[in-house]
Write a protein that binds this ligand. Structure first.
Ligand SMILES: O=C(O)[C@H](O)[C@@H](O)[C@H](O)[C@H](O)COP(=O)(O)O
Length: 323
């Protein structure tokens, strides 16, 4: 993808500034609220999507099978023989969910990670999706963010802006970046406060089961150590069960200061895609999906990903090489 020359606007939107300008959605409230027992949520992944038959013909899918999650909810694993095939499938999956939630609730709340995920979304900025998706319904969040200025090379906002958001017509007021003028603690509190406002105004759904925000689609990457978001192996933040958004100042992956959604928020999602390419992830993938952990081994953070809704793994053949 040729990346257009990009200069960051002098005034970058923050979650707080966005909210102060963003009007409430004008749709009736009932059309925005999707109860957890609605038909859409009781359908299995294969009922909503027709699986392999809906894959792009050019896509070489090596395998897809249903897995049992710790919650008993079926999850799905897709393995592709190239990053290109993975990107094609991920674009179709995301576009289908965008249509689904835009029709059902008049909004589509999407949560991004940093890292290689953004490159994996590259097909969304190309035809047919760049033209067919109703981008005006998208509301974009980050599952974690590094506490750096938004024009810093380590910023997940900048990564997503440069590689994705600047190339599609998502409304600037629907992009919820952190307030980078605050400390890690302050930015986490600010993000949580603003999420509460978005739940109250029905932009973000809420889980009837957990009371935590229920995002429509969470797109997660995974590190070689099995971390997701900024929830790292052995860290006390793994057990955070009150806060929606918390902070870390000793991240083993640089930079050290970050904010992150907690597991209860991650696991209240309607859909989670775990997008995991690369050989460096093969051991953690095997531990999570292949029964690779011994009795004494510590549970990897990724093994705690068990959404209320549907979990789908998008793996390339290198990440799946030990399965
Ligand atoms: O900001 C971050 O660091 C992330 O959100 C992090 O959780 C990332 O998703 C994984 O580390 C995978 O990153 P890669 O896909 O680049 O390996």
């Amino acid at each position: 993808m040729a990346s257009a020359a990009f200069s960051l606007p002098s005034t970058l939107p923050t979650l707080s500034s966005t909210l102060s300008k963003s009007p409430k959605l004008s749709l009736p409230l009932h059309s925005l609220s999707v109860p957890s027992n609605s038909p859409a949520f009781s359908l299995s992944f294969s009922q909503i999507f027709s699986g392999v038959s809906r894959f792009h013909p050019a896509q070489k899918q090596l395998g897809s099978r249903a897995l049992a999650s710790p919650t008993g909810m079926a999850s799905d694993k897709r393995v592709f023989d190239s990053g290109e095939d993975l990107a094609v499938s991920l674009a179709k999956y995301t576009a289908d969910l965008s249509d689904h939630f835009a029709n059902k609730r008049g909004a589509f709340t999407v949560v991004l990670s940093g890292g290689s995920l953004i490159k994996c979304l590259r097909k969304l900025v190309e035809p047919p999706y760049v033209d067919s998706i109703d981008w005006s319904k998208w509301h974009v969040f980050w599952v974690d963010e590094r506490v750096v200025p938004k024009d810093h090379v380590d910023s997940n906002y900048k990564l997503a802006h440069d590689g994705f958001l600047s190339q599609v017509p998502i409304l600037p007021g629907h992009v919820y970046a952190i307030n980078d003028a605050l400390s890690a603690e302050g930015a986490a509190e600010d993000y949580e406060t603003c999420l509460k406002h978005l739940v109250n105004t029905k932009v973000v759904d809420v889980s009837a089961a957990s009371g935590f925000p229920k995002f429509d689609l969470m797109l997660l990457g995974m590190g070689p150590d099995g971390h997701v978001a900024s929830l790292f192996p052995g860290h006390p933040l793994l057990n955070e069960n009150q806060k929606w958004v918390t902070f870390i100042k000793d991240s083993p992956k640089p930079p050290p200061e970050r904010i992150t959604f907690s597991f209860p928020v991650i696991n209240s999602s309607a859909y989670i895609a775990l997008v995991v390419p690369g050989a460096s992830k093969a051991d953690a993938v095997y531990t999570a999906l292949g029964g690779g952990s011994s009795q004494n081994a510590e549970t990897l953070p990724v093994q705690r990903v068990a959404p209320e809704g549907v979990l789908t793994w998008f793996l390339d053949k290198d990440a799946a090489s030990k399965l």
